[in-house]
Design a binder for this molecule. Structure first.
Ligand code: CMX
Length: 424
């Protein structure tokens, strides 16, 4: 198999022919109806967009290009980005080529650090990451080519270039944010011959004599990579990109959505909930303590972070993998133990309450326990890790969308008056 760029150049004309024929033949067929409830209720379940990189069947969970995420848990992020973009896993040579390509683009322009240094010291790490990405917009090869009048069928090429540049730099930026924001000392330079995730782990500067933390980071970056097209971050990125805004504008916008507590920020809230529980019950909350605390959270009108999902109706397979990793490497860690006990109690409580359509854990229910175990105790940083991974999904979706010539997105909104008049 050839390099990612060449492989895509071969595949994209085939995808274009296929989708054009599909739309020509079936363009007027219906795939969804929309109820008043859905229009007022966050468009839940409305099928109105295409995403080929991944899908989330409610009763199965994440499939990357058709493969269950659990079957990809031993892969590297390079494998996953290649798979997201092309639908194929790379061979060893192409994986290495992608790793080298990302490493060759890892240098972060100095002005990015100056922008970050000028920010208030208590800025949220997500705000710092998104600002750094936005600051680099001037580097966009897509915008430069667009300004020169590039033809539409070539849009995907500079979009892929921007994607590789941005992905190449993200670990250094994210690690730099960690060290700057939490006063960990000087930035650490990347090492030659390390993979993308190994270098991220190295630049964070967490002590890792056994290499177990680097493996945890590999897993973390693989599992968070994508979650179809309609979630807040993916959809925002897609929407902004549909206006032909470049990857820097689009990904920064998407990550601003990931920073919301009902989306990616839930991982910091979730670990906080677990730690408070352990504190309150001296490290060993009983099943009854957990049940009581869960009810207290619900009765206070709050959600139990890490549980529930807009699409899923089973335990998130990504949670299953994180839990398996934790139980393999540190089953006696008090936080991990509580994560495990909470998993046995909270779904029962949510079922009893009867509001949440999905009482099961989502990806955020266990991921923080792993990071905490390895000494990364700054909760507000956790969504940055999520972001580095999710950039792979957002960027691959942008490349595919530009390849398929996806138009500017513009659904129709209606007023409440319109609903009253037209819905009998
Ligand atoms: N705890 C308490 N109540 C919950 C709940 C939870 N974990 N999950 C859902 N509910 C409630 C909703 O708040 C809603 O209540 P109201 O009718 O009073 O508004 C009701 O149950 C129905 O909600 P739903 O249709 O089951 O879920 P939604 O699609 O509206 O929301 C989600 C999905 C994820 C926002 C919600 O489950 C939630 O807030 N979970 C906690 C936060 C969290 O873990 N987010 C991370 C999701 C994964 C990610 O995107 O990163």
């Amino acid at each position: 198999m050839a390099k990612l760029q060449n492989r895509l150049a071969k595949l994209i004309p085939e995808w274009r022919t296929e989708t054009r024929a599909l739309v020509k033949k079936n363009g007027d067929k219906k795939i969804s109806d929309v109820t008043v409830q859905q229009a007022y209720g966050g468009m839940r379940g409305v099928k109105a967009m295409i995403c080929d990189t991944s899908e989330v069947p409610p009763d199965v969970g994440l499939l990357i290009r058709g493969t269950p995420i659990g079957k990809l848990a031993d892969k590297t992020p390079e494998d996953i980005f290649y798979l997201l973009c092309t639908g194929e896993l790379p061979n060893a040579k192409d994986r290495r080529a992608l790793s080298d390509e990302l490493a060759s683009r890892a240098a972060v322009p100095n002005y990015v650090w100056k922008v970050l240094e000028a920010m208030p010291k208590d800025s949220h790490p997500m705000c710092m990451l998104d600002t750094a990405i936005l600051a680099m917009e001037r580097e966009s090869k897509f915008r430069a080519a667009y300004d020169k009048g590039m033809p539409k069928e070539d849009y995907w090429k500079p979009m892929l270039e921007d994607s590789l540049d941005l992905l190449g730099r993200m670990p250094a930026i994210a690690a730099g944010v960690y060290r700057m924001r939490f006063k960990k000392g000087k930035r650490i330079a990347p090492k030659k011959n390390l993979t993308w995730s190994e270098n991220y782990a190295h630049m964070l500067g967490i002590k890792d004599p056994s290499g177990e933390f680097a493996d945890c980071m590999r897993l973390y970056l693989v599992l968070h990579c994508d979650h179809e097209g309609g979630n807040v971050s993916a959809h925002t990125c897609h929407l902004v990109g549909s206006a032909l805004s470049d990857a820097y504008y689009s990904v920064s916008a998407g990550l601003n959505g990931l920073a919301g507590p009902l989306h990616g920020l839930a991982n910091q809230e979730c670990l906080n909930w677990i730690i408070q529980l352990n504190k309150q019950f001296k490290g060993k909350p009983s099943r009854e303590d957990i049940r009581k605390t869960a009810w207290e959270t619900l009765n206070a009108g709050k959600v139990i972070p890490g549980y529930g999902h807009a699409v899923l109706r089973v335990s998130d397979p990504r949670f299953v993998e994180f839990r398996a990793f934790g139980m393999k490497h540190f089953p006696n860690d008090p936080i991990m133990k509580t994560v495990n006990d909470v998993y046995e109690i909270v779904p029962e409580v949510l079922k009893e309450q009867g509001k949440a359509k999905n009482p099961w854990p989502n990806v955020d229910a266990g991921s923080g326990a792993l990071l905490y175990h390895y000494g990364m105790k700054e909760f507000s940083y956790y969504t940055v890790l999520f972001s580095v991974s999710r950039a792979m999904g957002m960027l691959s979706q942008l490349v595919v969308n530009r390849a398929l010539g996806s138009p500017i997105e513009r659904p129709k909104s209606v007023t409440t008056e319109w609903i009253k008049k037209n819905v009998k």
